[in-house]
Design a binder for this molecule. Structure first.
Ligand code: HEC
Length: 197
């Protein structure tokens, strides 16, 4: 009887190892990490480029209002007949603006400033070309902002990898909100005309 107790203890201690052999956890399974090499593909890369023209379904799943293929194409490219579209192709509501605020603060604010005025620590230390104030671009179309995010603009890279379709338009809507906020007076006075700012 006396030897039974240590034996039971030993079984408990080793139990963990024994079961892990049978019950392999996903994090320990063989898999490729980002940028890892692979013998399987001719180019030696594990990361694959999606076939040209393909769009992950979930991009549109978040935008059920876009059903028509032409509408979807406009929403995806931000262009109609090659030109940036005048207005957002999706409905702007509180949820979209909240999403836009979150994503703008994460992805854009470090350069264009939290207020969109181009004031940021990064901007102060940039030598090549400064991130412009987005507040001075009120006359630009909604599509202009989307295209800049989607395709990049001059030295600014594309942020389509960081933001999905809905998030990109959400950021455009939020930039519009920042522009509107700049012109809003809380003292009942008329907004200052652009030329006097
Ligand atoms: C790493 C810094 C950086 C980040 C992050 C960044 N930008 Fe830019 N952005 C720039 C710079 C610099 C330019 C000017 C590029 C040029 O003129 O060559 C620019 C240009 C632009 C323009 C074009 C301005 C014009 O004159 O029409 C828009 C619009 C814009 N950015 C929006 C955004 C939005 C929206 C985000 C977030 C999704 C973002 N940027 C993130 C640095 C940045």
């Amino acid at each position: 009887m006396r030897w039974l107790i240590p034996a039971a203890g030993l079984a408990t201690l080793t139990g963990c190892n024994v079961s892990s052999e049978f019950l392999q956890r996903m994090e320990h399974q063989a898999k490729y990490e980002y940028y890892e090499a692979s013998d399987f593909w001719a180019d030696g890369r594990a990361m694959r480029t999606p076939p040209v023209g393909t769009v992950p379904r979930e991009r549109f799943e978040k935008l059920p209002e876009l059903k028509d293929p032409t509408q979807r194409q406009v929403a995806l490219t931000g262009r109609s007949a090659g030109q940036p579209v005048a207005h957002l192709p999706i409905t702007v509501d509180q949820n979209l603006l909240t999403l836009g605020q979150k994503k703008y603060n994460i992805v854009c604010s470090q350069c264009h400033g939290v207020l969109g005025d181009g004031n940021s620590i990064v901007a102060e230390n940039m030598a090549l070309r400064l991130p412009p104030s987005l507040l001075d671009l009120e006359s630009k179309s909604d599509g202009h902002f989307y295209v800049a995010i989607n395709e990049g603009y001059g030295v600014m890279p594309s942020f389509s990898g960081e933001l999905d379709l809905r998030e990109r338009w959400a950021v455009v809507a939020y930039v519009r909100a920042l522009q509107t906020a700049r012109n809003t007076r809380t003292d009942g006075q008329q907004p200052v005309p652009q030329e006097n700012r």
